[in-house]
Design a protein around this ligand. Structure first.
Ligand code: AMP
Length: 364
């Protein structure tokens, strides 16, 4: 079985690595000259919507994607020409438009932030009346890692925020007073079978994920609430593959922030910390294979290495630390790798995580 992947970054790298022992050949498409996945798999060089590159990918048994800003139209054309694409490009299209995403949540009775479409000064005024302040004005498309967003603390900020974001194709969201940011990773097989990983707690800085750890104090009810909303999304989208849903936890329950129709940074710990990783389960799903167990193997947390990586010996001296470097040149704000910390119990995990965090916080 051959799998084509649009995008060859670290997610593509880890998909290719997961496919190897299963005998699933992975070929990827990416415009950059030396993408992370090229270390372990064949990468076709071309833009994400390059017609020739996509056509070559489509000679595989199934095409999937690891990058969210892939133009959905290119994949829709491939699907129309008879290629098997999973997940369906419709899920990609929804995830690329914050308004469509929030409307889908609402249709499925999934609580989300109050929101209004904004296309000019008048619609922004109306939106502020509806949503109130503080609020966040966001671009509807091509926003990621906190880019394309402006907080509006009072009505005086509105004009500047509107101008800074281009004045149209925007969404105004009320600020959700959340206690924590969580995410759930769900996977649905070609036969409709589903599996879920336990909720994780995510810590962001400058809009970039820094740490994912087991969400403390999650009871069966909260896990079931997350699985229920993820199931509604999977079923509605006829989804095949791994889906990540980013959530805010509030005293009134979970609020969906956004979905990612792909393997997700908050699930990297599953490589060592679950019986079947998110990468393997994504491949199993899109290839029509049985899903693997999502059962935990010990307790795990993940720390992203951003901008610069700590010294290798320092990381490897931490018991249970598993280093993943993506082979990228250091650059501020760039995800260069991650470390998964595995321990037998929560106390040992907390200790190892603290040691690891001291390394990434160390000055210089
Ligand atoms: P996003 O790109 O939408 O995931 O936003 C990046 C980060 O901004 C999130 O991880 C939250 O920390 C914060 N954020 C985004 N939208 C809201 C909201 N409606 N209310 C409160 N915080 C938000």
């Amino acid at each position: 079985v051959r799998v084509g992947v649009v995008g060859a970054g670290q997610l593509g790298l880890m998909l290719a690595q997961a496919g190897q022992p299963l005998g699933l050949g992975v070929t990827l498409l990416d415009p950059s000259p030396d993408p992370p996945a090229a270390a372990v798999a064949t990468v076709l060089r071309g833009d994400f919507d390059d017609a020739d590159g996509l056509a070559e990918l489509a000679s595989a048994d199934v095409v999937t994607f690891e990058f969210e800003n892939v133009p959905a139209a290119g994949l829709e054309r491939l699907a129309a020409a008879g290629a098997r694409i999973a997940p369906d490009p419709a899920a990609l299209a929804v995830s690329q438009d914050r308004l469509a995403e929030k409307r889908l949540f609402t249709v499925l009775d999934i609580p989300t932030a109050p929101h209004e479409a904004v296309d000019d000064a008048a619609s922004l005024r109306h939106a502020l009346d509806q949503v109130g302040v503080p609020a966040i004005l966001k671009t509807r498309r091509l926003g990621y890692d906190g880019k394309g967003q402006r907080r509006i603390a009072d009505d005086g900020d509105a004009g500047d925020a509107l101008a800074a974001l281009g004045g149209r194709d925007l969404i105004l969201e009320g600020v959700v007073a959340f206690s924590r940011e969580l995410s759930i990773l769900a996977v649905r097989g070609a036969d409709g079978q589903t599996a879920f990983y336990p909720l994780v707690e995510n810590e962001h800085r400058d809009g970039i994920l820094r740490v994912s750890r087991p969400a403390a104090g999650v009871d069966e009810r909260l896990q079931a609430e997350a699985e229920s909303l993820a199931t509604r999304l999977l079923d509605r989208l006829g989804y095949v593959g791994v889906l990540a849903v980013e959530l805010f936890e509030t005293p009134e329950g979970l609020r969906a922030n956004e979905l990612a129709p792909r393997v997700h940074n908050s699930g990297h710990w599953t490589i060592e910390g679950a019986a079947t990783s998110q990468f393997e389960n994504h491949l199993r799903a899109v290839c029509g294979l049985p899903l693997g167990s999502t059962e935990l193997v010990g307790r795990s947390a993940m720390v992203n290495l951003i901008g610069e990586a700590p010294a290798r010996p320092d990381v490897l001296a931490i018991p249970g630390a598993r280093l993943h470097l993506y082979g990228k040149a250091p650059r501020p704000g760039r995800k260069l790798g991650h470390v998964t910390l595995v321990a037998a119990g929560d106390d040992a995990l907390a200790h190892r995580l603290e040691t690891m965090l001291a390394l990434v916080r160390a000055p210089g």
